[in-house]
Ligand binder design. Structure first.
Ligand SMILES: C[S@@+](CC[C@H](N)C(=O)[O-])C[C@H]1O[C@@H](n2cnc3c(N)ncnc32)[C@H](O)[C@@H]1O
Length: 665
């Protein structure tokens, strides 16, 4: 069928088809380049700088997650770091399709001049950068993973359109609003902005969030224990939707006291299997399944006719005289700790289901207050506490904010990635929560001043701030039913205020009220130190531009050249005699020099039977490539750098070296 409509919803911008290059190592200078440009296509090596580790402290509580040591801090451009993770086999084996959470807090396009990074790049530049990074991040994400992009109000609307394009609108999960400021800036001429946004997308529909821990201080007043059940509960619905498609779950339950028949309301069915309802009712009296020929009544509830409704669905009926049943039901009610199927009033024909407090947890919500997760100021103070002698890093996020993100999106042991590390908040919190992590930061000065010392202190157990400990107000003794610790504390505070100086008040009553509402703050330590990380840096380019000609850089010789070439070919560098790598039946040889017919013959002499060879050489003599092809079919000889650059051009022919990945399967 020919579609009535053409075109698609998308955001366009200047040079959208180009790729963005943050030129120069370790500094900002953004330029649009052709997608085949070697400066964006080249896979850079990652060089080890340092290893930081510490033993797990003895005597830490056993229920805390194990410290992780398989973590990477990378100094360098996010573009190169992500490319290396996805394409160099040593890393891609660990990270490709395995990252559970990506949180990025890229430089905002606010035009503000921060001390630590420039932010005045225009919308198109910013969007191209973001789009390219999303394309690199997507293959790294696990199918049950999610990506969280932290933004202010300058780009959030455009960014969401781009994320829809790259990840699919069906994978949009939420726009979380984080209250970053609690008091207005009165020096602004328009509005004082109090929030940032976090756009959250999943990779596929396999993603599911962890629920939020219910705090002792949260509003749980609906949960009570009116039957002496050790776990507080509230009365929930015993029915569920939809009767129309669940005829076997629509039937009568006879009331043990009145003898009346209880049905779900029209359109609904009982919320669990009939065997469960029978077991529950048997706690009140003796019951059995019996066909009572109630097709007409069931048909009304199911929205169908008596002929169409499922025939013979039995009712749950008393199997003893009503008088005996009523007696036994009353005795059961008085005994307390009622079954999960409850009658709040045994004389009413209304069934409810207990919803226990522990069962539920809170689903994550989209409005995050500074009082819960900290605001910008708390983030700054946390860095100031760590580095009192340094000028504070401009935009650190509070650890509690990341703790909530990581809690919702991961479990201990999962991999968390942040390629705009800044002061390293994401990695620090991921480490404290027992996750594995990879983080990259462009500016070496930021890494050496903030990121690395901070993460080192986390590993050494020398960072008492942030989420290392957590405090919660709890009841000092049992509080009156339905009163939360925060409410009790507030009551106590007001009571003292009101009673102050009122000598004629009854002191015994005051004392009793204070005692009844006494609370205390309980502090627990989440992090004790341990684990480790490897510090890597993005290596220099293997090419250099001399008067418009792309030549090999001076350092790219011999073994170094071979290793860099293996990265371009996306094979594991594993030198073995003349061979630099092997994959399946293909061997790779990288020659820093001229390959003529005699070199070809000597390579062929050493090539095992049944294998073919790819030879990459800085110079190729006439006839050598033909000889190799002829002597071992499927083998080839290529010139560095020309054939490498051709390879980039071929790969980029789809418009970007960072291909768009299909997300919805
Ligand atoms: C908004 S800050 C991140 C702050 C961080 N979330 C924290 O809590 O400290 C953005 C960081 O991204 C870094 N950055 C900018 N461009 C980058 C690039 N191309 N690759 C890696 N990092 C980059 C900046 O130097 C800056 O430290």
């Amino acid at each position: 069928m020919v579609s009535k409509h053409t075109g698609r919803l998308e955001l366009t911008w200047t040079d959208k088809e180009k790729t963005l290059l943050s030129t120069g190592d370790g500094q900002y200078d953004y330029t649009f380049v052709d997608p085949s440009d070697y400066r964006v296509s080249e896979v850079r090596l990652l060089h080890a700088v340092d290893r930081v580790e510490a033993p797990t402290p003895e005597g830490r509580p056993e229920d805390l997650p194990e410290p992780t040591d398989d973590n990477l801090l990378i100094t360098g451009d996010a573009m190169h770091a992500l490319d290396a993770l996805a394409k160099i086999p040593e890393y891609s084996e660990k990270y490709l399709g395995k990252v559970k959470l990506v949180y990025i807090d890229p430089p905002f396009n606010t035009g503000q001049a921060f001390t630590n990074y420039e932010d005045n790049i225009e919308h198109s530049i910013w969007l191209t950068m973001l789009r390219d990074r999303l394309r690199q991040i997507l293959p790294l994400l696990a199918r049950d993973g999610s990506i969280w992009v932290h933004l202010d109000d300058v780009e959030v609307h455009r960014c969401r359109a781009v994320m829809d394009e790259e990840l699919g609108p069906e994978n949009f999960l939420a726009e979380v609003v984080w209250q970053k400021a609690t008091s207005p800036r009165n020096d602004t001429t328009g509005f004082s902005v109090s929030h940032d946004s976090l756009l959250v997308y999943r990779k596929t529909d396999q993603w599911s969030p962890n629920r939020m821990k219910r705090l002792a201080s949260s509003n749980t007043s609906r949960y009570r224990s009116r039957d002496g059940d050790p776990v507080p509960w509230r009365d929930g619905d015993a029915t569920a939707g939809k009767a129309a498609t669940n005829h076997p779950m629509v039937y009568a339950i006879q009331h043990p006291v009145t003898g009346g028949l209880m049905y779900p309301t029209p359109g609904r069915c009982w919320g669990k299997a009939q065997s469960w309802f029978l077991d529950q009712m048997n706690e009140y009296a003796k019951y059995e399944l019996r066909d009572i020929g109630d097709e007409e009544r069931r048909a009304v509830i199911c929205g169908t006719t008596p002929d169409e409704v499922r025939a013979g669905v039995p009712a749950i009926m008393l199997a003893e005289p009503l008088e005996d049943a009523a007696k036994s039901a009353r005795a059961r009610h008085e005994a307390g700790q009622w079954p999960d199927l409850v009658f709040l009033d045994l004389n009413k024909e209304r069934l409810q289901r207990k919803k226990h407090l522990a069962d539920e947890g809170r689903v994550p919500e989209t409005l995050w207050f500074a009082s819960d997760v900290g605001g910008s100021l708390r983030g700054k103070n946390q860095i100031r506490d760590l580095f009192p002698d340094l000028h504070a890093f401009a935009t650190p996020k509070p650890e509690e904010l990341l703790q909530r993100v990581i809690h919702i999106a991961t479990d201990p042991g999962d991999i968390v990635l942040d390629c705009y590390a800044g002061s390293g908040t994401t990695a620090a919190v991921a480490h404290k929560m027992g996750c594995r992590w990879v983080t990259a930061e462009l500016l070496p000065a930021t890494v050496s001043r903030y990121t690395k010392p901070r993460l080192t202190r986390v590993v050494k157990g020398d960072d008492p701030g942030g989420v290392t400990t957590s405090s919660e107000r709890v009841a000092a003794a049992a509080l009156p039913d339905g009163v939360t610790p925060d409410e009790a504390q507030e009551f106590n505070r007001l009571l003292n205020k009101v009673a102050n100086g009122q000598g004629d008040l009854d002191t015994d009553t005051l004392k009793a009220l204070r005692k009844l509402t006494k609370t205390k703050v309980e502090t627990s330590t989440l992090w004790h130190g341990g684990g480790g990380f490897t510090h890597l840096e993005v290596g220099p380019s293997m090419f250099e531009d001399v008067d418009g000609m792309v030549l090999l850089a001076d350092w790219a010789t011999q073994g170094e050249l071979a290793e860099a070439m293996c990265a371009q070919l996306e094979v594991t560098y594993a030198p073995d005699g003349i061979f630099a790598a092997k994959e399946g039946t293909v061997r790779y040889v990288v020659v820093d020099g001229l390959v003529g017919e005699s070199t070809v013959r000597s390579i062929l002499d050493q090539l095992p039977d049944g294998q073919i060879v790819e030879v990459w050489a800085t110079q190729v003599a006439d006839g050598a490539a033909d000889l190799l092809r002829k002597e071992r079919k499927g083998s080839r000889l290529e010139a560095i750098p020309d054939s490498v650059l051709d390879r980039y051009r071929r790969k980029a022919s789809n418009g970007s070296p960072f291909k768009k990945e299909k997300t919805s399967e």
